[in-house]
Structures are given as structure tokens and as C-alpha cells.
Design a protein. Structure first.
Lengths: 452, 310
């Protein structure tokens, strides 16, 4: 039988070509060498009779509906301004859109952690925010500041709180008011474990990203953060060592439930009494309201313990702001909308107050603007799922004590590959605090800071 | 002489129309180029240009915006001295070992069964084996996430039924790679079966009849006839699947996000991570290193599978 000709060389050439094309494919369509103009300053405020159209991007879901109602209030106050409010997958679209400069919105909601890395594509809002600066959370201003200029309109503030099962603490003879330091928290966890040997009372986060965000909340509480204002890594510090040592001792004493945030294993441990102490942001309030059917009404919130006697009782965990792209068509009108939402009483009340979406109000964060979070003027109602607790009071008291931080570096999210992963190893008991600090610092410096 | 026949006629000094024969010859000369031109235009736009562009990019520090600064071999040096880069290649290497040999052996076994004309319900079996190949990967990946969940997954539930303990399929460094390899096998073995089945069916039946007359057993026929005659199909599969494994992206991206602790960050996912971090120069350099590696592995595979008489 005649043998067919051997197409080996062609095959290999094809394989090489296909490999190259597939590997190079994702890079097509970009063009190096395109220059961007220096950040533009927005300083003029339009008159009340200004008119025009703006496109505003927001997240989808319930929050979009809430903002839609608030934007309706803006439309009523400014009938000549047409607002196109769109639900968009901001995380995947906004950064690319800012870089390419096409189909840009006039304003968008965005995570604080992402603003610093795209400052060159955003309007400098320092002058416009100046009148409100003294009354805005120092933390929020600091995370939106790059080289002394502010690029985001501070929106929500997310204070860390200590969530606890009131019934279980009572049974174990623990007074929540006595949880003043993190050592007190460990002692409370030991008491709970004595009462129920199966208990692993303290939640520790298994998702590396959320775990690192949580670590930053504990660091912020002590007035520090992963990078200083110049972008220098400052993990090798007494503050971080204190946190990591505390985590390791809780792990060694088997006081920890290591589970992913509100995934099934976490929910089961929260419902069956295995977990009773959850140091987490105010947005954990979602859990007893929506997910914890069995223990609904038994959870309460108080301020976080302090790291040192008399120290700050809260830190921020996450948060978002509003940005205006440098190439927006109507930046002045976008600012007018954001000024209304953030700094004007009808605006922030429309978002946080009772609505058809949230009948008791939006209670997963508090405003960054101090006049909007007066303890005696709650924007949202007491929470039935927390036994009718006045969560507003607890949250705004905590928010008032959040220390300032530093801008979140552009490489923060990528640093999860190093610090976030090492934190998980610590929580699993396979790494020591000093190793976490040394290894993470070295890798972040080499792979992220030096190549920024 | 052919050369003389194809030589262009002298252009007349006046603007008089060319004689009909000349026009026809010119048309005949240009026609094939017109037919192949669309391919070359598309190839130049979407193949050649991105390739040259990526090569240029790999020597810069471009972040997706602003000026691109020439950095020489810095991106390549960085990658070749990076723990993560070598770790991603090692992960892909382990995946290759878990996937390609199993797929070739398993695929060949199934193809031999399906090639047997006496097999009942042959059509149904063919559809069953090939169905995963045409199912969207993301849908299958979601099924994997649910089925292999440590606490609530079907697989651990079945292990419980026979008295075995839970396995941390997706979140332990020991099991995440085999679990992803299984997904890849599930998805792509249908393709291997199609290729091998085509190879088997191209073997003429009289070869086997002659071997049977010579008294060769079934096993002997498989070793001495079937295997050598489908060798080229196997070589093709090894090359194609080596490419696919080293560029594997969607499986770890959807199921494990490259974790736990980077243990499922494959070459393809590591490359993607550079791009999403706007480190496009390093991403481009990574893609060329990956191409070189895949090319070397493909060459090695083909040489190993080449018969002595070739």
C-alpha cells in the first residue's frame, strides 16, 4: 500500500504558527505609544439651570434600583438634565473603557481600590470637593488621593464591626460590652469553646482576596495599610506582626472556623453555633437579613475590639466612590449629580432611606459625609434580623473612629497572589507570622512594586 | 520554453487597447491571486500583525496606556528568573502528564471499540463519547464546581455512601490539578476519539485479512498493524493536545481561579494574569516563551513517535 506523504514539517510549522497566534492573540488590538494627556482638573460648578445629557454607570442588582430612585429625585430637582442610568459590569468594562477613551460614561461608581491605578484617566476633583473636605471621612479622602489630588467623590464608608450571637455569648457568660481588646475576643472564644467543645467561634476568611481585605481592615484600625503614601510596602511593621500573631494564636488554639464568606460551609457553621464571633464590615448585615434563616434575630453588632487599650474601635473594609472620566462629555453635570447624591440631604436620604427596594433602608454601609451620618438622625431603620438593634447608631459610631489611611496602590489586587495566599497558609497553620511578612514583602517588592 | 511563454508582451507605445489574447492571459495570471487574496488580507490583519505587534511589545514596558518604553530583554529576564513563571510551566507539565498519555491510551481503546462494526448501538456510543466535546466548557466547568464541592458536592456524597472520607477536590493543592485534568479529559477526549477513529477507518480491511490468514492473533494485529498505522494520528493528537494543555485557560479560570496557592495557574492563565494587570510587555514576552516551549515539546513528541523508516 502506498504510504501517504508525511506532512510532519507542515504540521510543525502549523503548530508553531497556531501557538504563536493563539498566545499573541489577546494582545491584538492594543497600540503602544498612545499618549494620554495629564489629569484634567474639574473646578467649575454648573448653575442650577444647567441642561444637557449624562450617562452614568452603576452596578446591577438592588443597588442599581436604589440609585435609580435617588436619580429620580435628582431629575425632579434638575429637570433640564437628562440622566441615562445604566447597569454595567463595571469591573470588567470600566478600566478598559478609560484606557481606550471610547464610549465613556460621564460618571461611574467604582471600588476605592481601583481608583488610584487609573487616576491619569480621571478628572481631578480636589477643588470641587474642597468645600466638603472637612466634613468627609478622612479615610475615604485618603484612599481617593493620589499625589495630593482627589480623584473620587467619596461615597460609602464600610466600618468594621464585631458581629456576635447574643444567645451563645449569654450562655457562655460573656458580656459583649467587655470585648474591648482582641485579647478579650480570644478569651471570649475560649469561653464559648469550653461551653461547646465543637465550637470554632471566630470566623476567618478562606477566600484570599477577602482575607486580605479583612487584614487591611485590621491594619487600618491601627492607622496603617499595606503601602504608604509613596507606595512603599510597609508590611514589616509592629502593627501587621500584631495582627498575624493574633491570628496564629487563634488558629493554634483551634478557635477558628476557616470558611469562605457566606458560602454553604460558612452558613452552616453560623447556623449551628460553631461560629459566634465575626469581625467583619457592616455589610455582613446582609447575612442575618437574607441568609441565616434559623438564627435570624439572634445576631447583634458592636464595635470591633481595639488592638491596644484605648485604640481605634473600627477600620474600613472595602468601599466605593464616584469617578468622572477625564474624557467625559459632560463632566460638570456628572459632578452636579454626585454632589447631589453625596452631599445634599435629599440625595443621600433617597439612597439610604426606606425605599421600595429596602423598606427599612439601605443598611450595608453608611455615608462618608459626616453631616449625613448623625447618630440622632438615622437614615435607615432598626434591623429586625438583629433583634431590632439600632445598627445605624453602632455603625456611625464605629465610622467616626476609622483612622485615615494611604492611597490604595495600583498593585493591591495583584498582591493577593502573595499576601492573600500567605495569609491563608497562616490560617491553615502552615506558616508563621514572620514568614508571611518576609515572603510577601519580598514577592510584592520584586513582582509588583519594582515593575510598577 | 515555459519562461518565454509567460514573459509579458512588450507594452505598445500608444494607448491602443491590448489585444484580447493579452487581456485574457493577464486575467488568467491574476485570477489565482484574487482567489487567495482574502485569506492573506485576513491573515495579515489578524495573524501577522498581532504577531509582530506582540513581539515588539515584549521588549517594552507598556501598561496599556501612555508611552511604551523600550526595556530590551528585561521582560524575558524577569520571567526566566521568576518563581511564578516556572511554577506555571511546572503546573502545565504536570497537567500534560495527567492528560495526554491517558487521553491517547483511553481514546485509542474507545476508538478501537467504536470502529468494530459488530458493536451494537455503535451510533449511540459515538454520540455519547463526542457529546462533551460539543458542550460549552463554561457550562461543564460550573457542573464541576458543584459536583466536586468539598462540603456539598455529589462526588463526596458518593464517597460517603461507600464509607470513604471527604476529599478536598478543588481547594487542596494535592487534588486540584487532577480534578481539573479530569475536566479537560472529559471535555476533549471526544475529539481524540474522532481523530483516532478516522485513523483506524483509513486502515484497509485486507491488511487485517492477510494478517489473520498468516495466523496473527488479535493482540498481535493491534500491536503490529493498528498501532503503526494510526501512529500519525497519535502524533497529530500529541502535538495538538500539548498546545491545548500549555495554553489551558478556561478550566482553571472558571473552576479554581488558578488556586489554591497558584497550584492550577497554568501557562495560559499566568499569561492572562499579566495582561489583566496591564503588564502587557511581560505578557507578550510570556507568550513567546510559551510558544518556544510548546514548539520544542511538539518537535520532541513528533521525533519520538516517528518510525525508524521515516
Amino acid at each position: 500500500m502506498p504510504s501517504p506523504s508525511v506532512p510532519r514539517r507542515s504540521l510543525l510549522r502549523g503548530a508553531l504558527g497556531a501557538g504563536a497566534l493563539v498566545a499573541a492573540g489577546p494582545l491584538a488590538g492594543c497600540a503602544p505609544g498612545t499618549t494620554t494627556s495629564p489629569p484634567r482638573k474639574l473646578s467649575g460648578t454648573p448653575s442650577a439651570s444647567a441642561k444637557g445629557e449624562i450617562t452614568i454607570w452603576n452596578r446591577s442588582g438592588d443597588l442599581f434600583k436604589v440609585f435609580d430612585k435617588a436619580i429620580d429625585a435628582f431629575r425632579r430637582a434638575h429637570p433640564n438634565v437628562t440622566v441615562h442610568h445604566l447597569a454595567v459590569d463595571i469591573d470588567s468594562k470600566l478600566a478598559n473603557t478609560l484606557i481606550t477613551g471610547t464610549d465613556l460614561p460621564d460618571g461611574s461608581f467604582w471600588d476605592d481600590a481601583k481608583i488610584g491605578s487609573q487616576a491619569e484617566h480621571l478628572y481631578d476633583l480636589t477643588d470641587l470637593i474642597a468645600p466638603y473636605r472637612a466634613q468627609t471621612s478622612a479615610y475615604k479622602l485618603s484612599v481617593n488621593t493620589v499625589d495630593g489630588r482627589i480623584y473620587g467623590v467619596p461615597w460609602d464608608l464600610d466600618p468594621g464591626l464585631l458581629w456576635y450571637r447574643e444567645d451563645l455569648l449569654q450562655d457562655a457568660g460573656v458580656d459583649p460590652a467587655g470585648l474591648k481588646t482582641y485579647d478579650d475576643l480570644l478569651a471570649a472564644a475560649r469561653s464559648l469553646k469550653e461551653k461547646n467543645p465543637a465550637a470554632r467561634p471566630i470566623h476567618m476568611e478562606k477566600d484570599p482576596f477577602l482575607g486580605q481585605l479583612w487584614l487591611e481592615m485590621l491594619a487600618n484600625q491601627q492607622g496603617t495599610s499595606l503601602a504608604d503614601a509613596q507606595g512603599k510596602v510597609r508590611l514589616d511593621s509592629a502593627e501587621y506582626r500584631r495582627i498575624l500573631t493574633w491570628i496564629r494564636s487563634a488558629v493554634d488554639d483551634k478557635l477558628v472556623t476557616h470558611a469562605e464568606y457566606l458560602k454553604q460551609a460558612d452558613l452552616a457553621a453560623l447556623e449551628n453555633g460553631q461560629q459566634a464571633l465575626v469581625p467583619w464590615a457592616v455589610w455582613w448585615s446582609f447575612a442575618p437579613q437574607q441568609l441565616l434563616k434559623k438564627t435570624r434575630g439572634r445576631w447583634r453588632a458592636t464595635q470591633l475590639p481595639a488592638w491596644t487599650p484605648g485604640g481605634a474601635r473600627s477600620g474600613a473594609m472595602g468601599g466605593s466612590s464616584f469617578i468622572i472620566p477625564a474624557k467625559a462629555k459632560n463632566p460638570e453635570l456628572a459632578w452636579m449629580l454626585y454632589e447631589f447624591l453625596c452631599f445634599k440631604q435629599p440625595g443621600y436620604t433617597a439612597v439610604y432611606g426606606p425605599s421600595s427596594v429596602y423598606p427599612d433602608g439601605l443598611n450595608t454601609s453608611v455615608p462618608s459625609y459626616t453631616p449625613a451620618r448623625r447618630p440622632d438622625k438615622p437614615l435607615f431603620e432598626p434591623v429586625a434580623a438583629l433583634g431590632g438593634q439600632n445598627l445605624w447608631r453602632t455603625a456611625v459610631d464605629a465610622a467616626a473612629g476609622i483612622p485615615a489611611a494611604a492611597p490604595i496602590p495600583a498593585w493591591w489586587t495583584k498582591s493577593v497572589d502573595y499576601l492573600g495566599n500567605n495569609l491563608q497558609r497562616l490560617m491553615e497553620g502552615s506558616m508563621r507570622p514572620d514568614d508571611v511578612i518576609d515572603d510577601s514583602t519580598r514577592k510584592i517588592q520584586r513582582n509588583l512594586v519594582d515593575r510598577a | 520554453m515555459t519562461h518565454a511563454t509567460l514573459a509579458a508582451p512588450r507594452r505598445p507605445r500608444t494607448a491602443a487597447p491590448a489585444p484580447p489574447g493579452t487581456r485574457r492571459r493577464r486575467r488568467l495570471f491574476l485570477t489565482p491571486y484574487v482567489f487567495v487574496a482574502p485569506f492573506y488580507v485576513v491573515f495579515a490583519a489578524f495573524g501577522l500583525y498581532p504577531l509582530v505587534f506582540a513581539l515588539q511589545l515584549s521588549f517594552t514596558n507598556w501598561k496599556g496606556a501612555g508611552e511604551a518604553r523600550f526595556v530590551g530583554l528585561d521582560n524575558y529576564t524577569y520571567l526566566l528568573t521568576s518563581e511564578e513563571f516556572w511554577s506555571s510551566l511546572a503546573n502545565s507539565g504536570v497537567m500534560w502528564l495527567l492528560i495526554v498519555p491517558v487521553q491517547i491510551v483511553g481514546g485509542l481503546a474507545v476508538a478501537v471499540l467504536l470502529a468494530n462494526a459488530r458493536l451494537r448501538l455503535r451510533g449511540m456510543f459515538r454520540v455519547a463519547f463526542i457529546a462533551p466535546f460539543v458542550t460549552p466548557l463554561v457550562a461543564m466547568a460550573q457542573v464541576w464546581i458543584v459536583a466536586f464541592d468539598k462540603d456539598y458536592g455529589l462526588v463526596n456524597h458518593l464517597l460517603h455512601l461507600v464509607g470513604l472520607p471527604d476529599v478536598d477536590w478543588l481547594t487542596s493543592t494535592a487534588w486540584a490539578k487532577p480534578t481539573l485534568a479530569l475536566l479537560f479529559l472529559w471535555k476533549t477526549t471526544g475529539f481524540a476519539i474522532i481523530v483516532l477513529l478516522a485513523g483506524l477507518q483509513s486502515v484497509p480491511g485486507d491488511v487485517y485479512e492477510a494478517a489473520a490468514l498468516d495466523g496473527a492473533s488479535r493482540l498481535r494485529q493491534f500491536w503490529s498493524l493498528t498501532l503503526p498505522l494510526v501512529r500519525r494520528s497519535i502524533a497529530f493528537l500529541v502535538v495538538v493536545q500539548t498546545l491545548a494543555v500549555f495554553q489551558m485557560f478556561a478550566e482553571p479560570f472558571v473552576v479554581t481561579k488558578g488556586g489554591p496557592y497558584g497550584s492550577t495557574t497554568t501557562g495560559g492563565l499566568y499569561l492572562y494574569n499579566h495582561i489583566t494587570a496591564s503588564d502587557l510587555g511581560t505578557g507578550a514576552a510570556n507568550s513567546f516563551l510559551l510558544v518556544l516551549l510548546v514548539f520544542a515539546l511538539s518537535l520532541l513528541s513528533v521525533r519520538l513517535l516517528r518510525s525508524r523508516d521515516e
